[in-house]
Design a binder for this molecule. Sequence first.
Ligand code: ZN
Length: 146
Amino acid sequence: MKGKTELVPCEICGYPVVNYESGVCMRCEKCGWQSGGDNIEYEEKYGISYPMVVPLSRAKVQYKEGKTFKATFEDFIRGLDFYSEMAFTYKCVKYGVCYRNDYSVLFYNEMQTWSFPTKDAFYKSASIDGLLLKDIWDEVKDPRYL
Ligand SMILES: [Zn+2]
């Protein structure tokens, strides 16, 4: 048996989406946005949205410009603060980023792991194949919560 549902307008495009009692919405069929809570509050408090990562106000701009929703590297770092475990895909390889108990940062793929003492060190110096992650962020696909 399903919980109660209602139709609510998509936060981005206004198209009706199914909203579950839990506060989680189905992905919008028109624009692809998904809401997992109060994204105005998430943006104010944490600078992110859930589960899309990119803050709602910037996502609206991306939608108007016909771009796909994508978090910046800075959003991604705020997502790490919010959720502690993040992932993205680069050249078909999946990468994970997570906080350890001491707030050092572990960066990994299936083959290798790298460690950074702080999130700032990760932000400034994380690299893939000798290229700084912040410089290749345009090629990064689907930055997301893990
Ligand atoms: Zn929509």
